[in-house]
Design a protein around this ligand. Sequence first.
Ligand code: GRF
Length: 225
Amino acid sequence: MPHNKRPQLVVLISGSGSNLQAFIDASKNGSLDADIAAVISNKAGVMGLERADNAGIANEVIDHKQFADRESFDAELADRIESYKPDLVILAGFMRILTPEFVDRFAGRIMNIHPSLLPKYPGLHTHKRAIEAGDTTAGVTVHFVTSELDGGPAIIQAEVPILPGDDEDTLASRVLVQEHQIYPLAAQWFCEGKLSLNDGTPELNGEPLPISGTKFCSEKSYSNK
Ligand code: GRF
């Protein structure tokens, strides 16, 4: 059997999986030179699992509610992930806080996407908080995962304007368009060996990245008309 040399990804989800879909599409069209070995969800019946099925990708549910505590869930999750021997683990809307023990097992090869311009607005309801604060821009950050929630070193950020009349939903959909571009791109850099985490500092092409990561320049122009 020919040896499959494409880097292997495991994607963790809890919901809609639109970022997962961006990875599926990028893996198919070649802009991401990697295979999705498996998708794991902590929730049954979510749309992301349907997306995995439609793409013929192995998928499974590990329901956190079936475990006595966070540690035992994380231990099982980590074992299941490792069974697929991934080069990189992708958190894509995975709504569970991970224990330091879990994060340590995948240190330097696990990424998350967070819908804010970190370090602003870690946690939930990022778009609502940005609108309520009167911010004029919002955005999204891809970062390496550390045990600090939404606190790991940033890889890439994309910024979008907050337009008059925006609500959480209109802003979220504007941000998602950017999410779907920058997340597979960050993974591709990692898979190509251009991006790594060295002693807690992300390096792209051998150069340390600025504190908020590299900026993604979208060609899209925005208007609320
Ligand atoms: C995205 O907004 C992502 O930034 C956040 O959770 C959401 C997941 O959306 N971490 P989807 O499931 O990929 O559609």
